[in-house]
Design a protein around this ligand. Structure first.
Ligand code: SF4
Ligand code: SF4
Length: 343
């Protein structure tokens, strides 16, 4: 496990070009330079060379981050921004929340189900879908002809990683990686889980084939499933920050009868929820989700579809504050399972 000091050279590579500011949803809203990577790195570099202490104030700015990774995509210095922020959180929280992390781990893994067979398609369910078992109903309806294997996975570890619980994260990663063998696809229906599984090789000795880590939408598009709806329906789509490729969505829409897709403005801007960010920075979270809700309302859609359970909560939050009660927020699977015919 790397410590913060080992990132000193990476932090020095930050040229203060400010490109991350043009991508960061928090900077756009607050205009606060400490809240974006540029400012966070100036502070963390000060910590690595001993000029600053990793204080409560710096931790406040580490928490003021959606972990959306948009700055990462823009950074010309190719710095792994999220790994540095996660390591800084770990160093700040080290030993403080050991008991909390271990209890949290026990609670979220309590709901795990174990459905093993020899299928070459592995399903990584994710914690939220363990708590809302209706997902099984949608999977059964859409993938009735598919054999799917569900090993005894634990949480992907994202809640630990983003809160500085690196030791617990590594435990989860080691456990899960044992089951990530012999497959054609590893399928998730949570963009955050998928992006976290892809982070494992940075923290443990583990090789994976990125192309084989897909979501249900990719699998539907690859298998060419078609859907026909009884009545005309208008939909829009929110792209989760952690979803790297959403090309499956348009492919699926082309195979849906009676469905009109209307693209919303800024369809890939953050919903504002982002796990514990929404709790620690409630006002910012509310403002981001309301902006998102306004874009949804402008489309006149009946449904807003997404592929991340955490985004579903963010979208619901925004629509609640804007009093747009008629628009339903659903996962892609829930929406497609409403089709009269699937073939
Ligand atoms: S991860 Fe997102 S919210 Fe955090 S600094 Fe980067 S762009 Fe801003
Ligand atoms: S884009 Fe990268 S190099 Fe430029 S200021 Fe942001 S973190 Fe530094």
């Amino acid at each position: 496990m790397r410590n913060l000091k080992s990132f000193e050279k990476d932090l020095y590579k930050c040229s203060k070009c400010g490109l991350c500011q043009s991508a960061c949803p928090i900077f756009k809203l607050t205009k606060n330079e400490c809240a974006v990577s540029k400012g966070k790195f100036a502070m963390l570099y000060g910590v690595t060379i001993g000029d600053l202490k990793l204080s409560k104030n710096i931790n406040k700015y580490l928490d003021m981050c959606l972990k959306c990774g948009k700055c990462n995509d823009f950074c010309p210095s190719d710095i792994d921004i999220l790994q540095i922020i996660n390591t800084a959180k770990y160093e700040y929280n080290k030993n403080k929340y050991k008991l909390f992390f271990s209890l949290f781990s026990k609670i979220i893994n309590f709901f795990k189900k174990n459905k093993n067979n020899n299928s070459r398609i592995i399903y990584f369910r994710g914690c939220v879908n363990n708590i809302f078992p209706q997902t099984d109903k949608y999977i059964k309806k859409i993938f009735k002809d598919f054999e799917i294997r569900e090993p005894n996975f634990e949480c992907c570890g994202l809640p630990f990683l983003s809160e500085g619980g690196l030791e617990e994260f590594i435990k989860s990663a080691k456990h899960n990686s044992e089951f990530l063998k012999d497959y054609d696809y590893v399928v998730t229906d949570c963009a955050s889980c998928e992006s976290t599984l892809l982070e494992y090789p940075k923290y443990i000795d583990f090789k994976l084939d990125k192309q084989k880590f897909i979501n249900w939408g990719d699998l539907i598009a690859k298998k060419g499933l078609k859907f026909s709806f009884e009545k005309p329906v208008k939909i829009t789509f929110h792209k989760p920050c952690h979803l790297k490729d959403d090309s499956f969505f348009k492919k699926i829409m082309r195979t849906c009868e009676n469905v009109e897709y209307i693209k919303m403005n800024d369809y890939d801007e953050c919903c504002g929820f982002a796990g514990s960010f929404g709790i620690k920075n409630h006002q910012l979270s509310k403002e981001l989700s309301v902006q998102k809700a306004k874009n949804i309302i402008d489309t006149g859609a009946d449904y807003v579809i997404t592929s991340c359970p955490s985004c579903i909560l963010g979208l619901k939050q925004g629509l609640f504050y804007t009093k747009a009660k008629n628009i339903k927020v659903v996962s892609l699977l829930e929406f497609l399972s409403k089709a009269k015919n699937i073939y």
